[in-house]
Design a protein around this ligand. Structure first.
Ligand SMILES: Nc1ncnc2c1ncn2[C@@H]1O[C@H](COP(=O)(O)OP(=O)(O)OP(=O)(O)O)[C@@H](O)[C@H]1O
Length: 764
C-alpha cells in the first residue's frame, strides 16, 4: 500500500476515535483526539463560485438583526443613513418585547433594497474543517476561553432589519393556538391520558402530563400554566380550566372519568404562541396517549389563512384523521387560533431566556432557550467570534448560516429550521427550532441498534433531505447520528451545517468530515470529490443503525482510514434483508462514479428495492407514522439530551453583566457583516479571500511534497466494501472489542502515518 498518509504533521495519537464500535459508548468527535485539545483549527474553504441564490423573496426566511455598532453595519455599505436612522428610531420606539396583539400591518419599516440584500448570503463558502495552516486539530472543545455575555445583548441590537416579509408582503406575527378539547377519542382505557404535540413551521408545542382533579379545579391560569406561590412553573395540567364557566364542564368530565369515559373527551385549553414567518404554513396537532406508550389517537392538520392580513381568528371543530390506513381513529378536536401581526422586526440575545445547555461544538454552545415574548422554545447556537477568528473560520461560519437561511426559506422538511440569526460584538447567534427528541445518536446508544424497518424510515427521510440539498448544490459532508435530531413526533431533522458546502456544481477537495463516515475518495482522490460522499456516509450510517457498530471502526484513526480505503466489511447474520444489503452495498461502493446515486442522486436511491414499501409523497408530507416517538413530558423536556450538558448551570447566561470591552477590532468585526446581511460587493470580496486563503494553504502547507494525497488511486470500477463470502459473526465482533480483525488489510503495516494529521476534521 502506498504511504498516502505520509503527512508532515506532528503526531498526536490520542485517538478517541469516536464511538462506533462497542455499541457507541462514546460520542464521536470530529477528530478523534482528546477533548482537551481544543485548538480546532479550520482552514479557509474552497472558493467556488458566488453563492447568490434567488431566495430574497422566499416566504420563511429567518429574521436577522444587526448590531448598531457602526463597524457591523457600515462596512457592507448597503444601508443608507436614512434607512439606518429609521431603523434606529423604530427600535427605540418599539418595545423590547413584541406586542402580539398589534393590529398593524406588516409594512412598518421602509426597507427596500437593504432589506432584500440581507437575505443574500455572501458567497459559496462552506465552513468548518479542523486543521488550519498550522496543522492543529480540534475536537469538540470545552471551549473555556469563550464567554457568552448577555451583557453584550444589552444595547447592541437597537437597530436591525428583517430579512423578508416587508418586501414580500408576507405577514409576520404571532399565532396563538388554543387546543380546547376533544370528543369521542378512541382511547384504550379510562386511564388514558391524551396529550397533544402541536407543530407549526417546525416549531413544537408539547402539552405536559396530567394532574389530579383537585388541581384541575384550582387551575385557572390564562396562559395555561399553573404558577406556584414562588412563581415557579409546575407541570401543565392535561385537563385545565380557564374560566369558571368551564367548571361545570370539568366536573362533568371528572364524573365521566369515573365512569371510564372522560379520557375520550378531554378538556385541555392548552394555549401556545408560535412565531409566524411564512404565510401558508400548516398547523399540525397530533394527539397521543401518555398512559399507553404514546399511542397515536389522531391528528388535525389545518392551514390558518394568514395571507395579507394583520389579524385573523377561528374557533372550530375538526375531525381527527389517521396517518395510515391501518390506524383506527375517531373523534373531533376543538381548535382556536388567533393571528396578529407584530411590529417587532429585530431580535437579539436579550429576547431569549436561556434554559439549558444542549450541546457543545467547536466554536460555541447550543442552548435550549425560551423566546420571551411568545414563550416559544428554541435552540440557540452561540458562536464566539474570537474563536472563529482565531481559527480562521469567518467565511465558513457565514456559510453555515447562509445554508440554513436557504433551507429555511424553502421550508425543506427534515432539515432543522432557522428562525433568527443575529450578532453582538462578541458572538454570533443562530436560533433554530428546538428538536425535543434529541440526537439519533442518543437513541442508538440507548438501544444498541435499530430494527431494519426503523432504520429504513430514518434513512428514507434522510434521502429526501440529502436529495434536497444536492439538488440545491449543497453537499452536507457530516452525516452521523449526532447530527440527526428527532422531533417530538419522531421525524428526523438534520442539523449542523458547519461542514456543508454550497454552490457545489461538480467537485471540491476540502478535507473534512467525521472519521468513521469519510468516503474513500475524500482520502484518496486528489482531484477532489463530489456530493456522492454523502451517500457513502449514508451507507455507513445504515450499517451502524442496523448492526450496532460502525463498519470501519478501529481503535485509532490510521486504522480506520485504512479500513475505509481498503478494508472489507461483512454483514452480521440476519440484521439486514437482501434488499437492505444490496442497498448498503450500492452505497458503499468505493468508486463514487458507480455508487448508488451517481446517476440520479436521491431519486436513484429512492428507486432501490429496499424502499419498495415507502410512499415517498406521504413520507415527504410526514404522513407516515414514525416507528418511534420520543417520550416527552413537556415542551422544555430535555431528557433526550446528554445530562452532561443539560445539568450544567446556565444561570450566567441570563445575568446582566456590565458590557465587556469589544473583543475584536472594527476591521475584524466588519468581516462578520455577512452573518447578518451582505451585498454583492462583499460577496465578491469574501469569495476572493476564501480563494486566496485556500491557495495559500495549498502552496504553503497542505500540498507540500510529502502530502498524504496519493494521486489517482486507480480504484477499480466497482469496488464495494461488502464481503459477500460470509456473514460477520456478532460474537466474534464482541470478543474482539469491536474490531473487524477479519478484514483483508494488515492494519499494522504502515508505520508512516501521522496520527495528528489523520485524526480528524481538516482541510487541504
Ligand atoms: N435545533 C436543535 N434542537 C435540539 N438540539 C439541538 C439543535 N441544534 C443543535 N442541538 C444540539 O446541540 C448539539 C451541537 O449542535 P451543532 O452540531 O449544530 O453544533 P456545532 O457547534 O456545529 O457542533 P460540532 O462542533 O460538533 O459540529 C447537537 O448535536 C444537538 O445535540
Amino acid at each position: 500500500m502506498m504511504n498516502f498518509f505520509g503527512s508532515k504533521l506532528s503526531s498526536n495519537t490520542n485517538a478517541n476515535a469516536g464511538a462506533g464500535a462497542a455499541g457507541n459508548e462514546e460520542k464521536k468527535s470530529w477528530t478523534g483526539i482528546d477533548s482537551n485539545s481544543n485548538s480546532g483549527h479550520k482552514s479557509p474553504q474552497v472558493g467556488g463560485t458566488s453563492f447568490i441564490p434567488s431566495f430574497a423573496m422566499q416566504a420563511a426566511t429567518p429574521t436577522t438583526a444587526v448590531s448598531q455598532n457602526s463597524y457591523a453595519m457600515g462596512t457592507t455599505g448597503i444601508m443608507s443613513e436614512n434607512v439606518l436612522s429609521q431603523m434606529k428610531a423604530m427600535n427605540e420606539h418599539s418595545p423590547s418585547v413584541s406586542q402580539s396583539n398589534s393590529s398593524t400591518n406588516a409594512a412598518q419599516t421602509p426597507l427596500t433594497s437593504a432589506g432584500i440584500q440581507q437575505c443574500m448570503p455572501d458567497l459559496g463558502v462552506s465552513k468548518k474543517t479542523s486543521v488550519d495552516k498550522h496543522g492543529e486539530i480540534t475536537t469538540r472543545p470545552q471551549d473555556k476561553e469563550r464567554s457568552v455575555s448577555p451583557s453584550n445583548s444589552n444595547n447592541t441590537f437597537s437597530s436591525g432589519a428583517e430579512s423578508t416579509g416587508l418586501e414580500t408582503g408576507i405577514p409576520r406575527g404571532n399565532l396563538v393556538v388554543t387546543i380546547v378539547e376533544a370528543r369521542n377519542l378512541l382511547t384504550r382505557s379510562m386511564n388514558s391520558q391524551p396529550y397533544v404535540v402541536c407543530t407549526f413551521e417546525s416549531s413544537e408545542f408539547i402539552s405536559n402530563g396530567p394532574e389530579s382533579v383537585e388541581n384541575k379545579l384550582l387551575a385557572n391560569n390564562a396562559s395555561g400554566w399553573n404558577q406556584s406561590s414562588d412563581g415557579k412553573k409546575k407541570h401543565r395540567p392535561l385537563y385545565t380550566l380557564r374560566s369558571s364557566s368551564q367548571l361545570n364542564k370539568l366536573k362533568e368530565s371528572a364524573n365521566e372519568q369515573s365512569q371510564g369515559a372522560s379520557s375520550s373527551n378531554p378538556v385541555w385549553h392548552h394555549e401556545t404562541t408560535f412565531d409566524v414567518l411564512g404565510a401558508r404554513s400548516e398547523l399540525d396537532i397530533s394527539v397521543y396517549d401518555a398512559a399507553h406508550d404514546d399511542m397515536f389517537l389522531g391528528r388535525v392538520r389545518l392551514r390558518p389563512n394568514l395571507h395579507s392580513t394583520s389579524r385573523a381568528t377561528e374557533n372550530q371543530w375538526h375531525s381527527l384523521q389517521s396517518r395510515a390506513f391501518d390506524e383506527n381513529v375517531t373523534g373531533d378536536m376543538l381548535i382556536k387560533w388567533e393571528y396578529s401581526s407584530t411590529k417587532k422586526r429585530q431580535y437579539g440575545p436579550h429576547d431569549f431566556e436561556v434554559l439549558r445547555l444542549l450541546g457543545k461544538g467547536t466554536f460555541g454552545q447550543v442552548y435550549q432557550v425560551k423566546k420571551k415574548d411568545s414563550k416559544r422554545i428554541y435552540a440557540m447556537k452561540v458562536l464566539s467570534k474570537k474563536v472563529i477568528v482565531k481559527k480562521n473560520e469567518i467565511a465558513h461560519t457565514i456559510g453555515e448560516r447562509n445554508i440554513l437561511v436557504r433551507t429555511a426559506s424553502k421550508s425543506c422538511p427534515f432539515i432543522v429550521g432557522l428562525k433568527f440569526s443575529f450578532q453582538t460584538p462578541a458572538d454570533l447567534y443562530l436560533v433554530t427550532d428546538f428538536m425535543s427528541g434529541g440526537e439519533l445518536f442518543w437513541h442508538l446508544q440507548k438501544e444498541g441498534r435499530f430494527s431494519e424497518d426503523r432504520a429504513k424510515f430514518y434513512i428514507a427521510e434522510l434521502v429526501l433531505a440529502l436529495e434536497y440539498l444536492h439538488d440545491n448544490d449543497i453537499v452536507y459532508r457530516d452525516l452521523k447520528p449526532e447530527n440527526i435530531l428527532l422531533d417530538a413526533n419522531g421525524n428526523i431533522a438534520l442539523c449542523d451545517f458547519g461542514l456543508s458546502k454550497a454552490d457545489l456544481k461538480d467537485r471540491t477537495n476540502t478535507f473534512c468530515g467525521t472519521t468513521e463516515y469519510l468516503a474513500p475518495e475524500l482520502l484518496l482522490d486528489e482531484s477532489g470529490y463530489t456530493k456522492m460522499v454523502d451517500f457513502w456516509s449514508l451507507g455507513v450510517l445504515i450499517f451502524e443503525m442496523c448492526c450496532g457498530w460502525s463498519p470501519f471502526f478501529a481503535e485509532d484513526n490510521q486504522k480506520m482510514y485504512q479500513k475505509i480505503a481498503f478494508g472489507k466489511v461483512k454483514f452480521p447474520r440476519d440484521v439486514l434483508s437482501p434488499e437492505g444489503r444490496s442497498f448498503v452495498k450500492g452505497l458503499l461502493n468505493r468508486n463514487p462514479k458507480h455508487r448508488l446515486g451517481a446517476i440520479d442522486d436521491g431519486r436513484e436511491l429512492r428507486a432501490h428495492p429496499f424502499f419498495a414499501d415507502i410512499d415517498w409523497k406521504a413520507l415527504r408530507q410526514k404522513k407516515i407514522p414514525p416507528p418511534f416517538k420520543p417520550h416527552l413530558n413537556s415542551e422544555t423536556d430535555t431528557s433526550n439530551f446528554d445530562p452532561e450538558f443539560t445539568q450544567t448551570s446556565t444561570s450566567y447566561m441570563n445575568k446582566n453583566q456590565p458590557i465587556a470591552a469589544t473583543p475584536l477590532s472594527p476591521g475584524m468585526q466588519a468581516k462578520f457583516a455577512g452573518f447578518t446581511f451582505v451585498d454583492e460587493s462583499t460577496i465578491e470580496e469574501h469569495y476572493n479571500v476564501a480563494y486566496n486563503n485556500r491557495k495559500f494553504l495549498q502552496n504553503s502547507y497542505f500540498m507540500e511534497p510529502g502530502s498524504f494525497i496519493p494521486g489517482n488511486p486507480n480504484l477499480p470500477p466497482d469496488e464495494d466494501v461488502i464481503d459477500d463470502n460470509g456473514d460477520e459473526d456478532p460474537n466474534e465482533y464482541h470478543e474482539n472489542k469491536g474490531l473487524h480483525e477479519s478484514n483483508d488489510v494488515d492494519y499494522d503495516g504502515d508505520q508512516h502515518m501521522d496520527d495528528e494529521f489523520v485524526s480528524g476534521r481538516f482541510e487541504i
